[in-house]
Design a protein around this ligand. Structure first.
Ligand SMILES: Cc1cc2nc3c(=O)[nH]c(=O)nc-3n(C[C@H](O)[C@H](O)[C@H](O)COP(=O)(O)OP(=O)(O)OC[C@H]3O[C@@H](n4cnc5c(N)ncnc54)[C@H](O)[C@@H]3O)c2cc1C
Length: 381
């Protein structure tokens, strides 16, 4: 077993740590109130971060899953929310890999360069955890699909250029769901951005499809294979999410170690109090374990080996332990920690979002239990 990064991975980590610290962190608070500028998305593209799972012939860098995890962890040290661009570009790359060649030629170079963002439209107002019961529809009419319904809680709803819409094209349940790529400048599309506790730059919201027409070649993958496609896309992304949360928590702990070394109470630095130092020691230990589990998932994905159970484990543990660690860091800074001049309250609100997004803690445990006890012992299939 080898727990270290190779030279190329170390270089990626160091490069992105500098980028996060110098270019992302100083502006992270800005995106609470202002849209993320297009130049920064292009900068992510220039760094090769948006095409990590896109083949070189389409403008991607064709990187490994482990490299993707390193990128998520390091970018999140500067600004957790920037990791959404990694996640969504990679999910689009995975799913559109089954699309018509003309779709790949149109969208892959644009996604890899940051010229276009593609949203993932599964959740609806009536279904989230039980997405197999979704009600949006796509019906054939001549040489077009006609898409109708509302997709809710969609990352990038405010500005995405296209959305992979999961819509019912057949009977009930998972096997009646197909994926249709819908350009969001199509007639009949409208958007609504939500007010969220965190994650502001992702402009999460609803996408409404009112008899939106797209050519039949915008179907992605086989008819009725949409839900299975979504589930396959989720596994690696659970480790990416965990590492994004862990990066934000480790950065918070680094800052708290520095602060507690110089903050004096009762004539001693806080770091000398076991009540303080032991808290940090515990969070570092738990995060270290989650971090290794997350990289194990990505190494398994790179090796083409099964990793569904481990992915659910790290998606439950990583965001939870990160939120707890950031909460402790906030408290250990006293009253300044609760203010918005320091990043802890924003990081906490950001990370909590991904305790829910991409599957809640209960659903992650249901998956672990299902894989442990067998399908006949769970209501969640
Ligand atoms: C920040 C963020 C980003 C997101 N981005 C996207 C996106 O880009 N695209 C997209 O399609 N969706 C996205 N989502 C939606 C997300 O995937 C759903 O919120 C999630 O799947 C949970 O669905 P729900 O919110 O409808 O909760 P529900 O399914 O209504 O669940 C509510 C609560 O009940 C619990 N629960 C549900 N079923 C069970 C059960 N059987 N046993 C025990 N407990 C249960 C859940 O754990 C949860 O605590 C995002 C959400 C967030 C917060």
């Amino acid at each position: 077993m080898d727990f270290g990064f190779d030279d190329e991975q170390e270089l990626l980590r160091d490069t992105l740590r500098d980028f996060a610290s110098n270019e992302l962190a100083p502006l992270a608070a800005t995106w609470r109130t202002e849209p993320f500028p297009h130049e920064l998305i292009s900068r992510l593209g220039d760094l090769g971060l948006l095409g990590m799972k896109i083949a070189e012939e389409y403008g991607g860098t064709d990187g490994s899953y482990v490299a993707l995890g390193i990128a998520a962890e390091e970018l999140s040290r500067g600004d957790f929310n920037v990791s959404y661009f990694l996640q969504l570009s990679t999910i689009a790359a995975m799913l559109l890999g089954d699309a018509d060649e003309s779709i790949k030629r149109r969208w892959f170079p644009a996604v890899a360069s940051g010229d276009a963002t593609v949203a993932f439209g599964l959740t609806e107002p009536g279904v989230g955890s039980d997405a197999a019961n979704l009600t949006s529809t796509a019906r054939r009419d001549g040489d077009e699909w006609v898409v109708s319904g509302e997709k809710a809680s969609i990352t990038f709803a405010g500005f995405a250029d296209a959305c992979i819409v999961f819509a019912r094209t057949g009977g009930p349940g998972a096997r009646g769901i197909s994926m249709i790529l819908v350009p969001l400048d199509a007639s009949g599309v409208s958007r609504q951005v939500y007010q969220s506790a965190g994650g502001h730059l992702s402009q999460r919201g609803s996408l409404f499809f009112d008899d939106v027409r797209v050519p039949l070649d915008h179907q992605v993958g086989a008819e009725g294979a949409g839900f299975i496609g979504a589930m396959e896309a989720f596994d690696f992304n659970r480790a990416v999410i965990a590492l994004a949360c862990i990066g934000s928590a480790l950065q918070s702990l680094d800052e708290t170690v520095a602060y507690t070394k110089q903050r004096m109470t009762f004539g001693q630095p806080l770091a000398k109090r076991e009540g303080v130092a032991f808290q940090i020691a515990e969070h570092l230990s738990l995060l270290h374990a989650s971090r290794l589990l997350s990289y194990e998932v990505l190494a398994l994905a790179d090796a083409g080996r099964p990793h569904t159970t481990e992915a659910a484990m790290c998606k439950w543990l990583g965001p939870k332990q990160s939120a707890e660690a950031i909460h402790a860091c906030l408290l250990l800074h006293g009253w300044p920690g609760y203010g918005t001049d320091l990043p802890f309250s924003q990081r906490l609100q950001d990370v909590i979002g991904l305790e829910i997004g991409d599957g809640t803690p209960e659903i992650m445990k249901a998956i672990i239990a299902r894989e442990t006890f067998g399908r006949e012992f769970t209501s969640y299939k």
